[in-house]
Design a binder for this molecule. Structure first.
Ligand SMILES: C[S@@+](CC[C@H](N)C(=O)[O-])C[C@H]1O[C@@H](n2cnc3c(N)ncnc32)[C@H](O)[C@@H]1O
Length: 281
């Protein structure tokens, strides 16, 4: 990281990474933070206020927080002006732990799943209005769920479904674990992942971010992406490989960086995290 540089945290969340970046940037620097979730930005704003952490105003960067998808990362940013971009994609603990947001099958709540409350479709609309074929395709494509057809049929027969617990019960009854390996994860895990990705257009946003990044990065600037499942990791890997072939990216991670055993023990979510980085040539 370069003291005094311009960095974009594309997924501010609760501000953990942003805070660490801000500390290293110091007063001459500029940190731009984006998130789709205004509730997260509210919390991050307090954490990142200079007086919030006993920092002196003198050595704290300018911080601009924007309620925006990272698909629009380049909006208002001039070409070749950014030193680094970090994206730690997926859901935050704030979203997952709040039953009212509807992300979790472990707590009952409305079927919402929108990271951005302005988003035009909720999981409830998807679950109750897509036809059986479309629903099966979403569950297969974004959840990599082999039993997508059976699950889609069960969902359609149980409509209307309004809550996460009802949906989880329907899926559990339709897709009982067939072996020990399947018993290790809840039968609704893949379907919930699929709905979340579809509701939030997560893969399209990631693609847009990776397309825009090389335009706004300075030569030598870096983009770092942390992802949590194979669909996202594949998109990042392919975009970096394409950039390297075309000559605008140098890939810094031949293999993705993963968490150590110790880190995974302390933070179980880190177990599936993969980090990839590339430098603008
Ligand atoms: C894993 S959390 C980030 C945690 C953060 N690094 C921290 O230190 O607290 C992911 C965040 O990305 C946000 N997010 C997901 N997709 C987004 C998108 N397309 N545009 C902007 N923010 C997004 C979510 O709302 C969530 O707050």
């Amino acid at each position: 990281m370069r003291r005094g540089g311009t960095y974009i945290d594309a997924t501010v969340g609760l501000g953990g990474h942003s805070y660490e970046i801000a500390k290293r940037l110091g007063a001459p620097g500029h940190l731009i933070g984006l998130d789709k979730d205004p509730a997260a930005l509210q919390i991050a704003g307090e954490k990142l206020a200079p007086q919030g952490q006993g920092q002196t105003e003198i050595d704290w960067p300018t911080i601009t927080l924007l309620h925006r998808s990272f698909a629009e990362i380049a909006k208002g940013v001039q070409a070749a002006t950014v030193d680094g971009i970090l994206a730690d994609i997926g859901v935050s603990s704030l979203q997952l732990d709040d039953a009212a947001r509807g992300f979790s099958f472990q707590a009952d709540g409305p079927l919402d799943m929108r990271m951005d409350p302005r988003g035009e479709r909720t999981a409830e609309q998807v679950v109750n209005h897509l036809d059986e074929r479309q629903l099966a395709d979403v569950i297969y494509e974004f959840g990599e769920e082999r039993r997508s057809r059976r699950i889609a049929r069960a969902i359609c027969r149980s409509r209307p479904i309004r809550s996460t617990a009802h949906l989880a019960d329907v899926i559990s009854a339709a897709a009982r674990p067939m072996n020990q390996a399947e018993r290790r994860i809840h039968p609704a895990t893949r379907t919930f992942q699929a709905l979340r990705i579809f509701v939030n257009r997560e893969l399209d946003d990631l693609q847009a971010l990776l397309e825009a990044a090389p335009r706004i990065l300075k030569p030598g600037g870096r983009v770092v992406v942390i992802s949590f499942h194979s669909l996202e990791d594949r998109i990042v890997k392919d975009a970096f490989r394409e950039g390297s072939k075309e000559g605008y990216f140098s890939v810094l991670t031949k293999k993705p960086v993963t968490a150590t055993e110790l880190e995974s023990d302390r933070n179980p979510r880190a177990r599936s995290a993969k980090l990839r980085a590339a430098e603008k040539v």
